[in-house]
Design a protein around this ligand. Structure first.
Ligand SMILES: [Ca+2]
Length: 303
C-alpha cells in the first residue's frame, strides 16, 4: 500500500472520529457537544432584542454594553450578568468524600450569561400556571408566594423557561455562578458551613422548611440561595463519571442519560450536599424540594 493510501485511510478514520465528537475529551469549539434533542435551545440574546424582553434594573451598570442586572418583563424575575471566563469546576477539598465531582478541571465559558438572582417563586409559578392552563398542578402546600416553587418536574421547568424565553443553566454555568468569582471555596461564602448564610437541614438557620427567596446574603455575583433552600435543575444529563481532567469549553454534559443534574442542595441537606461542587441526578420521582432558576446567554462579548 502506498503512502498516499495510508494518508487517505487516515483522513477517513479521522472524519469518523470527529463526527462522533461528543465523546472527545477536549472541545475546541462552542457547539461540538450536541444538546439532547429533547432539550430546547434558546437563541442567544441579541442586544436589539433586550428591550422587548427585559428592562435594566435601576442602578445597573453597563458591562461590555450589557446591563449588569435586568428584570424580565413577563414574570418580573431579576437576572444578574455573569461574566464569560475560565474557572475551576469540581471538588476543591480532598477530604470531601464524594467522587462524582472529581477530577477538578478547568472550564471556559465563552459568553456572558444572565442568571436569575433567586429561585423561581411560588407566586411566579402561579402566574405561569394561569397563563398556561395545561400545566400540571403542583401541591403548593400553603407556602407563601415569596418561597421557591418546589416539586417541579424537569419538563415543566423547561416549559416555564420557554414561557420567559430562557433556558435552564448548564451545570457549568450553574457552578461558575455559584462560586461567585471565588476559585476554591467549598461553599459560596467560604470553606466552612455557616447557618447565617444558607437554608439547609435543621432550623438553626431559622427555617425548618423552605425560606422566602433571598432570605440569606448574596454571593460574590449577587446571587442568593445557591446553597440550600431547593435543589435547582440544570439542563445537563447526569452521569456520575462524566468529569475528566481535560480543559473543556462551554460543556453541555453527556449526550444522553436517564436523569438530569440537580445542584445546590435543599432545606433538608446536610453540609456535604450544600457544597458548591456537589452534584446529583434526578429522574421523574422524588421531586419534593426540587425547583429551578433560569439562564440566558448573551450574543457576543465584548461589544
Ligand atoms: Ca433550615
Amino acid at each position: 500500500m502506498s503512502v498516499h493510501h495510508h494518508v487517505l485511510i487516515g483522513v477517513a478514520l479521522s472524519a469518523v472520529f470527529w463526527a462522533g465528537c461528543a465523546c472527545r475529551p477536549v472541545c475546541p469549539t462552542v457547539s461540538c457537544v450536541p444538546v439532547p434533542s429533547s432539550t430546547p435551545v434558546v437563541p442567544t440574546l441579541a442586544a436589539e432584542a433586550l428591550a422587548s424582553w427585559a428592562v435594566p434594573v435601576s442602578g445597573a451598570t453597563l458591562v461590555d454594553g450589557w446591563p449588569s442586572q435586568i428584570r424580565r418583563t413577563r414574570d418580573g424575575a431579576v437576572m444578574v450578568l455573569i461574566p464569560a471566563g475560565t474557572f475551576w469546576m469540581g471538588r476543591t477539598h480532598a477530604a470531601d468524600r464524594e467522587l462524582n465531582d472529581t477530577p477538578r478541571h478547568q472550564v471556559r465559558l465563552t459568553r456572558p450569561y444572565y442568571l436569575d438572582r433567586a429561585e423561581v417563586t411560588v407566586g411566579q409559578w402561579k402566574s405561569f400556571a394561569a397563563a398556561r392552563p395545561g400545566v400540571r398542578a403542583i401541591d403548593l402546600d400553603d407556602v407563601a408566594d415569596d418561597h421557591p416553587i418546589r416539586g417541579v418536574p424537569y419538563e415543566d421547568a423547561l416549559a416555564y423557561a420557554e414561557w420567559v424565553a430562557c433556558s435552564l443553566p448548564t451545570e457549568a454555568q450553574w457552578e461558575r455562578a455559584a462560586r461567585g468569582g471565588a476559585p476554591r471555596w467549598r461553599y459560596p461564602w467560604g470553606d466552612e458551613d455557616d447557618v447565617r448564610r444558607r437554608n439547609g437541614a435543621g432550623a438553626e438557620d431559622g427555617f425548618a422548611k423552605t425560606a422566602p427567596v433571598r432570605s440569606f446574603p448574596a454571593n460574590g455575583y449577587g446571587l442568593h440561595d445557591m446553597s440550600g433552600n431547593v435543589w435547582e435543575w440544570c439542563r445537563d444529563w447526569y452521569r456520575p463519571g462524566s468529569y475528566t481532567a481535560a480543559f473543556t469549553v462551554d460543556p453541555t454534559g453527556p449526550d444522553s442519560g436517564h436523569m438530569r443534574v440537580i445542584r445546590g442542595g435543599n432545606a433538608l441537606s446536610g453540609q456535604s450536599k450544600l457544597r458548591v461542587s456537589f452534584r446529583e441526578g434526578r429522574g421523574r420521582d422524588i421531586l419534593d424540594y426540587v425547583g429551578f432558576r433560569l439562564a440566558r446567554v448573551v450574543e457576543k462579548e465584548p461589544r
